[in-house]
Design a protein around this ligand. Structure first.
Ligand code: ADP
Ligand code: ZN
Length: 738
């Protein structure tokens, strides 16, 4: 940790009129700017202030005492202070910390913590409506639509007009008309205060192992100091129930709780469970929120009214004044790594946030990452273990189908062994799931005559056929074009053939081989809204669907009692490519998918199709031996000096002009640091040498653990002249090597 962050600043140190203050602005700037405090104003650390900046007004945050060299007389005064709680100290320190660690500009990181400008404006009460005068006394003409609205309003607490219209199934104009006529009246709403989670409500009776883990975590919350705890337990072992206890303890202390989840938009089951346990929904934070909801949530958090937030990684930058606990669920998920803009890992930064705020952080997973388990062994993280599934449900029985011995018929993907298992399962009145981590119909289309392959014009990637849409799409840049009738290269007609399966093609095979089966596809492009996801989950739960075909989104924590068979169509899919974590990710993903089978009374089984049944990942999966797998992986990483035994940082050089990109990459290569414990690979064309129309080169810095990699990177970059047409991104602890 940079040493200037370690000291604690005074709780309240007002800057008085005439003094200078350093204000950090949410702009790509490397340092705060100095301003003076005008007459009649007092400012404290973290205050949101409006300041002038080259002819316009910008909102920034009081960051530090001013200390610039500019003559105080030439400094501009702060214009005004906004009526918002100051940005809490741990968040300000987190901004500095993330900037220092990732080499991002502090202002750019601050921008993530100020992502809702509207929340800084004076609070506008959110208005709702409730019944007012009797319609009869108003001489109001009653229509069926109006009746429906008034009935819905009578049943409900005060409610937003748009929501009332939705509930009544009428247009918003009907509600507006009733307000104007005086049959409904407008009242201020406080949606947050009206539904606070209630920690008094009892949870389930915990098993001995669950109780022990919960007690440990509760004691940490009550201790109000930092620690990191790994909660490891197979899917269905009750990790969620256990961390709910820790959350209740934080709520009892009046503190706030943050839960970070991957793929939040599809976490309908999680939200429901939370509501059942605590009697009210949590606040949500993710990219699908509307502006009004973002504003209200940000504000509720800042004012301490919002007690529990469940969100995607950016929720880490919400202004919690009194955070008592952070939970990172599925901590091993690589989607916690943000790959755009500020490149940071939300799980790691959650631990930093806990450190700065002085509260525990819980990392939950059935398959904790190698880095996290390394921290356990190094004594930095405490390890809690739930060894078995709740209620005696056994772990599913996993076996591998050797695809070399049991190949499917030509042009199909389900081996006879798996097909038979599906039939048995469906005949028994149970449900099955086929997992294939590929969207669309086919990942590659080529010409039978000349061999031409359809490629994205903007990326180093094949175009993926989406037959339902009749289009070819690039999964990297969104490029989309109609499926061609003839080969764009040789002009031959009807010569284009799909190669390999995606879930759409698998569905075609299912429809053909199991004709009377009710099936559905679940993929991120077929489920486009949380409501749609929730509806599909309901259909599966209520057994309106027999066979679910899905990509990795089906792996995420769903609990389907009647699902007893999981078939992994292509177990080898994630193993190819030179990714440092390919084996680990494959293990995690497949064991998570496997965990969907047999979560209730009926035992489950998992069949995994593989062309490499002897691969260490497949063998470890078959043995259910996560520990053994991690042990082997750890030894390999140690031998190679790879993380966590060494450090990595990538430089990604990109731009529209290939020659200039190449020149910059070479300049970086020439200026590369060298010395003991330092190694630079590249520059080399990135595996995605073209992405969204930008040419890309990569360099990889590999150092021993004791090297301060940020210092090395800073010196390196400072020694090379910048080119405004070329971007150099720094990725410390890279997860993606594309
Ligand atoms: P995990 O998060 O480890 O996958 P969950 O917390 O989701 O496990 O638990 C799996 C299922 O078992 C859930 O339906 C949960 O409500 C139930 N469950 C877990 N522990 C208990 C318990 N002690 N009493 C009753 N139900 C429990
Ligand atoms: Zn593309």
């Amino acid at each position: 940790m940079p040493s200037h962050l370690a000291s604690s600043e005074p709780l309240y140190l007002p800057f008085v009129s005439g003094e200078r203050v350093a204000v950090l602005l949410p702009l790509p700037l490397s340092a705060p700017y100095d301003y003076t405090v005008p007459p009649g104003m007092n400012l404290g650390y973290g205050d949101f202030v409006v300041v002038p900046l080259s002819g316009r007004e910008v909102v920034g945050v009081v960051w530090a005492p001013g200390e610039g060299s500019i003559d105080a007389k030439r400094l501009k005064p702060v214009r005004r202070r906004l009526d918002v709680p100051p940005m809490p100290e741990p968040l300000r320190k987190l901004v500095d910390w993330v900037a220092a660690y990732t080499l991002a500009l502090p202002g750019t990181v601050l921008k993530m913590a100020m992502s809702v400008p509207a929340a800084l404006e004076p609070a506008r009460p959110v208005l709702g409506v409730k019944p007012a005068a009797e319609p009869a006394s108003l001489g109001l003409r009653m229509t069926p639509a109006r009746m429906k609205v008034l009935e819905a309003a009578a049943r409900s607490a005060p409610i937003a007009a748009s929501e009332l219209a939705k509930q009544a199934g009428v247009g918003p104009a009907v509600v507006r008309g009733l307000v104007e006529a005086g049959a409904l009246e407008q009242v201020p709403l406080d949606p947050v205060a009206e539904s606070q989670p209630d920690w008094h409500r009892p949870g389930p009776t915990l098993s001995a192992a669950q109780r022990e883990a919960a007690a440990d975590m509760v004691a940490r919350v009550q201790g109000r100091s930092f620690s990191a705890v790994v909660l490891e337990g197979v899917t269905g072992s009750g990790k969620t129930e256990v961390y709910f206890e820790a959350m209740a303890a934080a709520l009892e202390q009046g503190q706030q709780v943050l839960v970070l989840l991957p793929e939040i938009a599809l976490g309908a089951q999680w939200l429901e469970r939370f509501a059942r346990r605590f009697g009210a929904p949590p606040l949500q934070w993710h990219s699908d929120l509307g502006q009004a909801q973002r504003r209200e949530t940000w504000r509720a958090v800042a004012e301490g009214r919002g007690k529990v937030v469940v969100g995607a990684r950016s929720a880490l930058f919400l202004p919690f004044p009194d955070l008592g606990l952070i939970i990172v669920d599925e901590e091993h998920e690589s989607s916690f790594k943000q790959e755009e803009g500020v490149i940071y890992h939300a799980r790691d930064m959650a631990v930093v946030r806990g450190h700065l705020g002085g509260h525990p952080v819980v990392l939950a997973s059935a398959t904790p990452s190698l880095e996290t388990l390394y921290n356990v062994r190094a004594g930095k993280y405490r390890h809690l273990h739930l060894p078995e599934r709740h209620g005696g449900a056994g772990m599913p029985d996993l076996s591998i189908i050797d695809m070399r011995k049991h190949p499917p018929p030509r042009g199909q993907w389900i081996s006879p062994v798996l097909a038979e298992a599906v039939e048995q399962t469906l005949a028994a009145g149970e449900q099955a799931m086929l997992f294939l981590n590929r969207r669309g119909y086919a990942p590659l289309t080529l010409c039978r005559t000349c061999g031409h392959r359809l490629q994205c014009p903007n990326c180093t990637a094949w175009l993926v056929e989406h037959r339902l849409l009749g289009r070819l799409q690039c999964h990297h840049c969104g490029h989309s074009q109609p499926s061609p009738k003839e080969c764009p290269s040789c002009g031959d007609e009807d010569s284009m053939v799909p190669c390999g399966p995606g879930v759409e093609r698998l569905a075609e095979e299912v429809a053909h081989r199991f004709p009377d089966t009710r099936w559905a596809v679940m993929a991120s492009d077929t489920i486009t809204s949380p409501a749609q996801g929730a509806e599909l989950v309901r259909q599966v739960t209520e057994h309106e669907i027999d066979l679910l075909i899905g990509t990795q989104i089906v792996a995420k924590g769903y609990h389907f009692p009647m699902l007893t068979l999981v078939g992994v169509v292509d177990g080898d899919l994630g193993l190819s490519g030179g990714d440092l974590r390919a084996a680990e990710r494959t293990y995690q993903l497949l064991s998570q998918v496997a965990g969907r089978a047999g979560r209730a009374e009926r035992p489950g089984r998992v069949l995994l199709q593989s062309f490499e049944p002897d691969h260490p990942v497949m063998q470890a999966l078959a043995r259910g031996d996560h520990e053994g797998f991690i042990r082997e992986e750890t030894e390999q990483r140690r031998a190679a000096g790879m993380p966590p035994f060494g450090r990595l940082a990538a430089l990604i050089v990109s731009g529209a002009d290939e020659a200039r990109v190449e020149r910059m990459a070479r300049a970086l290569g020439r200026a590369a640091p060298h010395g003991p414990g330092l190694d630079v690979l590249g520059p080399a064309p990135a595996p995605m040498a073209l992405l969204r129309g930008r040419h890309r080169r990569r360099l990889l810095l590999k150092t021993s653990r004791d090297v301060a990699i940020q210092t090395v990177l800073r010196r390196w970059l400072a020694g090379v002249e910048q080119d405004p047409a070329v971007r150099v991104q720094v990725d410390v602890d890279p997860f993606s090597f594309l």
